[in-house]
Design a protein around this ligand. Structure first.
Ligand code: CTP
Length: 330
């Protein structure tokens, strides 16, 4: 589950009236950090409703507060309960087992819904290229950047299709975020081909293996005393380049993780793969590496825009990328 500290949008204008079970999930101090106010007691609710919060989060449905909430026009997030009729539009019931959806929902409520009605395809993580039943080729991608991008679009109202390789990054549960797990570059390619036409935006963050063994050996390869081994590799399909070559491709965002000549390589990739934006980072810089939680990205666009972001959390960088996409699409 995502931690409170991950929410970068500051204080959420939500009145939280948690009781026991919700307080076990997020402490009173946690709710205070999230909403900027102490937890709201039931008797204080009328005062808080008068301040027009974005939403009211509560757990038990009490007759005493029912009509008050129904008349307020303020959406109710009801946890662990069915949604009774007559609640203001935007109200949602979160079944108790979906506790991890509470924070994403709150973040969604506090974000502009400028990607509502749009589908965003995101690739994330490494791919794994099998050599034989026990050996494979892969890379150090954790998937965190792609997951952060997927999350950022989802809280802005998009339906997100997250095609990802085997990765360590956790994905918070969010109704509009659909995971499509794959293993190899070929499978990632096939999944993107199957879904790209549904998407208005495609963000390709995955660290796709550029090479794979030219054939898979179905039995474990045994070593031969005194002999080395030659592994023949062939190129994998370049998913980003293939999408970019389509005449009516979605708004296309590519990534480039570089060690040298970052700007030259980034501009080359932007042009060669026909991206609408290219996000580059220097993986040698402390804080911009693979498995960390931060990244320093520079965004390049074909119109010559170069936007150097400061060192940010990967989630913060993802929000900036989404802002740039929104600015150019809307
Ligand atoms: N990409 C892809 N399919 C591949 C390889 C890369 O979709 N088979 C995408 C990545 O998701 C990323 C971008 O292309 O958005 C990275 O470009 P690329 O030129 O492949 O970067 P590198 O693999 O680092 O290439 P090079 O070795 O030439 O630096």
């Amino acid at each position: 589950m995502r931690m409170l500290g991950d929410l970068s949008g500051g204080v959420l204008n939500v009145a939280a009236c948690p009781d026991e079970a919700l307080l076990r999930l997020v402490s009173p101090a946690g709710w205070e950090a999230l909403t900027g106010r102490p937890v709201v007691l039931e008797r204080e609710l009328p005062n808080y409703l008068a301040k027009k919060p974005l939403a009211v989060l509560c757990q038990r449905w009490r007759e005493s507060t029912a009509s008050l909430l129904a008349q307020s026009g303020i959406p109710v997030l009801l946890w662990g309960n069915e949604l009774p009729p007559g609640l203001p539009p935007g109200s949602v019931a979160l079944p108790e087992f979906e506790a991890e959806e509470i924070l994403p929902r709150l973040e969604q409520l506090s974000s502009p819904q400028d990607f509502a009605g749009k589908t965003v395809l995101v690739t994330a993580g490494p791919t794994v290229e099998d050599i034989d039943p026990v050996r494979f080729l892969t890379n150090r991608s954790s998937g965190k950047m792609g997951v952060a991008v997927a999350w950022a679009f989802a809280v802005r109202g998009a339906r997100v299709l997250l095609v990802h390789g085997p990765m360590t990054a956790e994905v918070s549960k969010l109704a509009d975020l659909e995971r499509i797990p794959v293993r190899s570059a070929q499978q990632m390619h096939d999944a993107v081909r199957e879904h790209w036409h549904e998407a208005q935006v495609a963000v390709l963050c995955a660290a796709v293996a550029d090479f794979r063994p030219d054939h898979y050996v179905p039995q474990k390869i045994k070593k031969i005393e005194g002999e080395g081994m030659v592994l023949h590799l062939e190129r994998t399909p370049d998913i980003l380049a293939e999408l970019g070559a389509l005449p009516n491709h979605p708004f296309l965002v590519g990534f480039a993780a570089e060690t040298d000549d970052v700007e030259i390589n980034a501009l080359n990739k932007l042009r060669k793969k026909h991206c609408d934006l290219l996000c580059a980072n220097d993986i040698r810089k402390p804080g911009s590496g693979f498995a960390g939680d931060t990244n320093q990205i520079t965004i390049y666009a074909p119109d010559g825009m170069v936007r150097a972001l400061p060192m940010l959390s990967k989630q913060g960088a993802a929000y900036c990328i989404v802002d740039e996409v929104a600015r150019r699409m809307n």
